[in-house]
Design a protein around this ligand. Structure first.
Ligand code: 6PG
Length: 239
């Protein structure tokens, strides 16, 4: 694939192409290879995906892959606190596009549980995730142009807790004033421990944001995605 001319932090790789579909398929093939390897060594594997608009072709490509999906636990890195079926629901996006075809046998662990607010729903979300083994196996992150990833938003009052590497919380409620919906997110220590991490980006604007994130690696609270620009990260980008 063609690479944009961009210096990357040590150990971070970039795969890029002109065609978003082709890049999504390359990511799906890479993820599938990793999942198959994990399933040779472990009873189950976890696959953590992000919502938003970028992952749709990746979900559809991955859903066609032949592997033992009955041993894969799928969950979201973050969710908007809206009912299933709402156009903003990441759960609905995943159910309709990833948990289909060959992947219909996967076990889905939902971050959206009963409760008027994410704070109220947290105990049920923790119960839903009780069987999840850490470290996570595969993590696919997205990124917003404010430098958020998952629901680690720079303007969320809960950000210091969610970014705390000493925190033992698996999930936290997030209330960023910039967002239309309340959120729930896996915390940084959980996300950052994943065995395989990819950052899936689409659009020239995202490349500019990535360059801005790389320019000041230490300022992670201003752009939380910076916390994930570390050795082993695979960036997949298309215009
Ligand atoms: O629920 C969400 O919104 C996310 O999980 C979020 O972190 C997303 O990955 C980025 O905002 C990128 O979103 P786009 O793919 O729509 O640009």
């Amino acid at each position: 694939m063609k690479m944009p001319d961009m210096p990357l932090p040590d150990g971070v790789t970039l795969e890029s192409g002109e065609d978003p579909q082709e890049v999504a398929e390359a990511l799906a093939a890479d993820v599938a290879r990793f999942l198959v390897q994990r399933l040779e060594r472990a009873d189950r594997a976890s696959l953590v995906v992000s919502g938003g608009s970028t992952p749709l072709p990746f979900f559809r490509a991955l859903s066609q892959v032949d592997l033992d999906w009955s041993r894969v636990d799928v969950l979201l890195a973050d969710e908007r606190w809206v009912p299933e079926g709402d156009p903003a629901s990441n759960t609905t996006l995943v159910r309709e596009n990833l948990l289909q075809n060959k992947a219909a046998d996967a076990n889905f662990l939902s971050l959206k549980q009963v409760g008027a607010t994410p704070e109220e729903g947290l105990p049920r979300v923790r119960s839903a995730l009780a069987g999840l083994k850490l470290p996570l196996d595969v993590l696919i992150l997205g990124m917003g142009n404010d430098g958020h990833t998952a629901s680690l938003f720079p303007d969320a009052p809960e950000l210091p807790d969610a970014m705390d590497l000493e925190s033992r919380d698996l999930v936290l409620a997030m209330n960023p004033p910039s967002q239309a919906q309340q959120r729930i997110t896996l915390t940084r220590p959980v996300l950052a421990g994943a065995r395989y991490t990819a950052l899936h980006l689409k659009g020239n604007d995202k490349l500019d944001t990535l360059a801005a994130a790389m320019a000041r690696p230490e300022a992670i609270m201003a752009m939380p995605v910076r916390a994930f620009l570390k050795p082993g990260l695979k960036v997949f980008w298309s215009p």
